[in-house]
Design a protein around this ligand. Structure first.
Ligand code: PMP
Length: 420
């Protein structure tokens, strides 16, 4: 039934076997009841399989050292592993090479890097930056503040009632004064898969650039920067079986060449005098200070792990679970699901149950071992548009099963009946 052996995958994630505490206030439970963990909060962060943990442990056990500057053997080994991790990321997303891949802390830092290094230098009054109403705060707040600093206008492409991007509005908002379009590839709230290539075409037709927030797409489906025709793209390692503290910014080489550094210090310079400094080659020009070495190496290990399973098969698996969850939650009744239909979305479902606050729902689900997210998912303005303060979100990954979706639906039914 699955596109790959999910049981074998689960064996690589011991955390999935753990139990979580039962709650004595829940029907049929007392404090001695532990329940199986059903982890459905993957859009927030994913788990890390043993081969990735091992690769990180091996770095610390065998060749922990600072990179770039050492002549000694350990430093050389660490440098090769860390630098080659950039090649792995570049290959994974179809970039031309490591020059186009900058390691950052996460998607948020990648967004800020471009906003500060490119935006502060290039934007001014009369320019506009076009976002979507479904942007994550990582992009929304960043461009909003850069707009305030530079005088550039920030516009928002509207979302239709079905949770899709209104492309007629996109065509109207993107104009000759548009310097940048920054759009989320897969919405972390609606699950909408946005037509990034079409947005890129609109941006480029008006001599603008496009930045794709791929935090919810690169972990879950094949993504190729040339196919999407994007100028910048960002994603986070921790949402794709890698460690926290590492993410990547892809940028077209000539754009990155033209940009001034965002952070200054060691490791990013070539020659320094008391008066002047010159910069290292790409990508190191944008990686000031000691980088996240173990995390970078773990990031590459995570990508190799995902590639072994196959990104197309991971996409199929998540679609299967998302569609199944969408249908079952719809059948339950009294559940409002946000975003497009089940067969048109990324691997997540955000919803509200009539009469139950999302936080209460999440807390009851927790009693059943079901870990979901409740809140605004860093999309407050979108929630305002939806007319709700918060929603519950279940998000799936390669190790999740149909039985776990059933556990989610059973627990949602219990919660609904409890509050009825
Ligand atoms: N964009 C989207 C669409 C996201 O879902 C997230 C994470 N929730 C981010 C950006 C930010 O990622 P990070 O916190 O790793 O910087």
């Amino acid at each position: 039934q699955y596109p790959f052996d999910v049981g074998a995958i689960r064996d690589d994630f011991p955390i999935l076997d753990r139990l979580v505490g039962g709650n004595p206030t829940s029907p049929g439970q007392d404090e001695t009841d532990d329940v199986d963990l059903v982890y459905l909060d993957n859009a927030a962060t994913s788990h890390t399989p043993d081969p990735v943990v091992d690769r990180i442990a091996d770095y610390y056990r065998s060749y922990n050292s600072n990179v770039h500057r050492g002549i000694h053997q350990l430093s050389q080994e660490a440098s090769v592993a860390y630098e080659e991790a950039h090649d792995v990321v570049a290959d994974f997303i179809g970039a031309n090479g490591r020059e186009e891949v900058i390691f950052t802390k996460n998607t948020t830092e990648a967004m800020n890097l471009v906003a500060y290094a490119w935006g502060l230098a290039e934007l001014g009054p009369g320019d506009n930056v076009v976002l979507t109403q479904m942007e994550h705060h990582a992009s929304l707040v960043t461009w909003q503040q850069i707009g305030k600093k530079t005088g550039a206008e920030v516009r928002f492409i509207e979302v239709t009632d079905e949770g899709r991007l209104d492309m007629a509005d996109a065509a109207a908002k993107i104009d000759d004064d548009t310097a940048m379009v920054s759009a989320v590839h897969v919405s972390n709230t609606l699950g909408t898969i946005n037509p990034i290539r079409e947005l890129a075409e609109l941006a480029h037709d008006h001599d603008g650039l496009i930045f794709a927030d791929a935090a919810q797409s690169v972990p879950n489906r094949p993504v190729d920067v040339e196919d999407l025709d994007v100028d910048f793209l960002a994603f986070s390692g921790h949402k794709m079986c890698g460690p926290t503290g590492i993410g990547a910014l892809y940028g077209r080489e000539e754009l990155l060449e033209a940009m001034q550094p965002y952070l200054y210090g060691g490791e990013m310079i070539r020659k320094v005098t008391f008066e002047e400094s010159t910069w290292e080659d790409l990508p190191w020009k944008f990686e000031a200070g000691t980088p996240s070495i173990a995390q970078g190496i773990g990031f590459a290990a995570a990508i190799e792990y995902l590639e072994e399973v196959g990104m197309e098969r991971i996409e199929d698996h998540e679609s299967l679970l998302a569609e199944y969850a969408y249908d079952r939650l719809t059948d339950l009744g009294g559940v409002e699901i946000y975003g497009p239909p089940g067969d048109e979305r990324g691997g997540l479902v955000a919803f509200n149950v009539e009469g139950v606050h999302a936080h209460d729902l999440s807390s009851v689900l927790n009693d059943y071992g079901v870990a979901i997210r409740a809140g605004d998912h860093c999309t407050q303005p979108l929630h305002d548009e939806l007319g709700v303060a918060a929603s519950a979100r279940a998000s799936f990954y390669l190790y999740n099963t149909v039985e776990e979706v059933d556990a989610l639906v059973d627990a949602v039914r219990e919660a609904r009946d409890l509050f009825a």
